[in-house]
Structures are given as structure tokens and as C-alpha cells.
Design a binder for this molecule. Structure first.
Ligand SMILES: Nc1ncnc2c1ncn2[C@@H]1O[C@H](COP(=O)(O)OP(=O)(O)OP(=O)(O)O)[C@@H](O)[C@H]1O
Ligand SMILES: [Mg+2]
Length: 218
């Protein structure tokens, strides 16, 4: 059953999925530098008046897409950005939404006629200042899921408030445009980083478990 806690930043990433734990190499340097900049833009933006001519230079794009193969650090970077914002700003408005899991939990609200909880949760997703949609495009796309995702992205796109959405995906924007054309079109108005590095998970596994597991090759 879905609860609003399901949209909180995962506590077990609080210390691990951070900028200072991210190892940068040449494949990741450009994405990392931009993400790190967004972390520091926001406090500057808050201090500026609405008409400040410098304001445009520090605006954060409404959609920040991190695309690439598994294990390249997309979720790590997305959460690093959200944790910075969480600590610097208004915690309640920083949400993390693993797309497939969250959609199926939302759907379960229908089966128990819990429409109120559904509306409340969906409202949070539409209005959160900072939202990460993790693993967009990996989910099996029912017509219902496509309609809901379309309407979520469009609500955030059309909002009068300044909202930022960080998307991680294994698909390229052109692959997304075949399956989710309306979403891909809106994402293309923001920035897209293609992470081309190696899968970090085998390296991490070796570091964490390699010496401890008998018989494990190093
Ligand atoms: N450059 C990096 N420096 C340090 N840790 C990293 C780096 N890249 C990835 N990791 C770590 O490797 C693991 C996998 O990274 P992450 O979850 O970000 O991958 P992903 O790109 O989101 O993969 P998937 O597409 O499968 O979701 C995480 O534990 C993460 O902290
Ligand atoms: Mg991921």
C-alpha cells in the first residue's frame, strides 16, 4: 500500500549518494560539474530579486535528464543533487520517485478504493519543488502508466511555480521519444547529460566484498 513516506529521499543514501563520494573521471566530468553547479545556484537565486539581470544565469533548468547504461552513476548524481537541496532548502518539497515501484503502489490505491490517498500523493508529485523520477522508461508501459506520466510531466512543465525535475533513464532521448513522445519533447527543453562511463557496481562489489568472500577472485 502506498504512503507519502514512499516519496521521501531514501535514508540509506543520506551519506553515500553524495557529491563528495562521487569519483569523477573524464567520462563523468562534465555532468558532475553541471550538477555540482546546480547545488550552489539555488542559494544565490534565493538572494536575487525577481528583476535581477543576473538571474537568468543561475536559473536551474526545469528538467535535468541523466541518461546512460546501468551502474554509471545516474541515481547517485540525482540523489546527490536532491540531498544538497534537501539540506539547504525546504525538506518537505524534495521527493524521490522510483517510477515503476511508485506507479504500481499508486495503482494499488484504486483496488482498495483509496482515492483520497491517491490524489494527495499525486498532488505532491505534481507540486514538489524538487522531484527525481528514477528509472523512467524501464517500466512496462500500460496505457494507464503512460497517461499518468504524461500528465505528471505536463503539470510540472505548465506550473506557474519554479519546479525542477531530475530524471534518470537507461534510454536515450531519441529512444524515449519513440515510447513517450510527449515526455521526451518536454525533457528536450531542459538539459540532458549522457553518462558514458563504466558500470561502477562490479568495482564497488569487489571493494566491499572481494576480500571478505572466500574464493572470490580479485
Ligand atoms: N562515479 C562514481 N563514484 C562513486 N560511486 C559510484 C559512481 N558511479 C556509481 N557509483 C556507485 O555505484 C552504484 C550504482 O550507481 P547508480 O545507482 O547511480 O547507477 P545507475 O546509473 O543509476 O544505474 P541503473 O541504470 O542500473 O539504475 C551505487 O552504489 C553508486 O553509489
Ligand atoms: Mg539508477
Amino acid at each position: 500500500m502506498f504512503t507519502l513516506n514512499d516519496l521521501a529521499l531514501p535514508q540509506n543514501t543520506r551519506n553515500t549518494y553524495r557529491l563528495n563520494t562521487f569519483k569523477v573521471n573524464k567520462d563523468l566530468a562534465s555532468a558532475f560539474a553541471s550538477i555540482a553547479n546546480y547545488c550552489f545556484y539555488y542559494p544565490t537565486l534565493e538572494k536575487m530579486g525577481e528583476d535581477d539581470p543576473e538571474r537568468e544565469k543561475v536559473l536551474i533548468p526545469p528538467f535535468i535528464t541523466l541518461s546512460g547504461p546501468p551502474g554509471t552513476g545516474k541515481t547517485h548524481l540525482a540523489l546527490a543533487l536532491l540531498w544538497e537541496w534537501y539540506y539547504n532548502q525546504r525538506p518537505l518539497d524534495t521527493l524521490f520517485c522510483p517510477v515503476e515501484r511508485t506507479l504500481s503502489k499508486f495503482k494499488s490505491c484504486f483496488s482498495v478504493d483509496n482515492y483520497k490517498l491517491f490524489d494527495q500523493g499525486w498532488d505532491c508529485l505534481e507540486k514538489a519543488d524538487w522531484l527525481c523520477l528514477d528509472d523512467l522508461g524501464a517500466e512496462r508501459l500500460t496505457d494507464w502508466a503512460i497517461t499518468k506520466l504524461d500528465s505528471l510531466i505536463d503539470a510540472r512543465y505548465m506550473s506557474d511555480d519554479v519546479l525542477s525535475t531530475v530524471i534518470t533513464t537507461n534510454s536515450t532521448l531519441s529512444e524515449l521519444s519513440e515510447r513517450l513522445p510527449r515526455i521526451a519533447s518536454r525533457l528536450s527543453e531542459g538539459v540532458v547529460f549522457e553518462l558514458k562511463g563504466m558500470d561502477y557496481r562490479p568495482l564497488k562489489g569487489l571493494r566491499e566484498w572481494g576480500k571478505a568472500v572466500p574464493g572470490c577472485q580479485q
